[in-house]
Design a protein around this ligand. Sequence first.
Ligand code: HEC
Length: 147
Amino acid sequence: MPMSKARAVVLTITAAVIAVSARADDTRQLVTMPAPMVQHMLANMRDHLAAITEIQRALGVAEYQRAADIAEKRIGMSSLESHGAAHMAGFMPQPMQDIGTQMHKAASRFALIAQETGADGNLARAVAALSTVTEQCVACHAAYRAH
Ligand code: HEC
């Protein structure tokens, strides 16, 4: 049976109200940056997620040096320049910058630990170190949004 026009209108309004209230419930702080910079940041983010996945895959097949290299180059302190971090940091509130710094440091620490795992086979410690990286992803996403 085709939906009546009135019913369609009510449904549309209900959907709009739900969308608006979802925003009202969103307590994350909006960080305003020029649009191209937001796009650049989101592209970095997608690469971070890809990198974490590749690290997990490398750990899963005991390629510890590979896991270390990905972490250092794509998320660690060595990634700062290629990500244009200094340029973007100016737009971020200080606590957000600090979480970003903690993430880069945690990734570089993980890289060292993954190399040690190559020598001593202590995979549990490497996995625990990786979670200190993703904890920073979680902390920042819980507090801030870009759009
Ligand atoms: C310093 C803050 C910060 C850190 C650290 C951070 N992110 Fe993000 N990320 C953001 C913000 C802000 C957004 C945009 C969220 C929004 O507007 O809803 C985002 C969005 C994303 C997105 C969505 C990209 C898109 O195309 O929409 C992915 C995926 C992501 N982050 C992955 C990660 C991963 C993985 C890590 C950790 C390795 C990480 N992020 C660390 C701030 C951060």
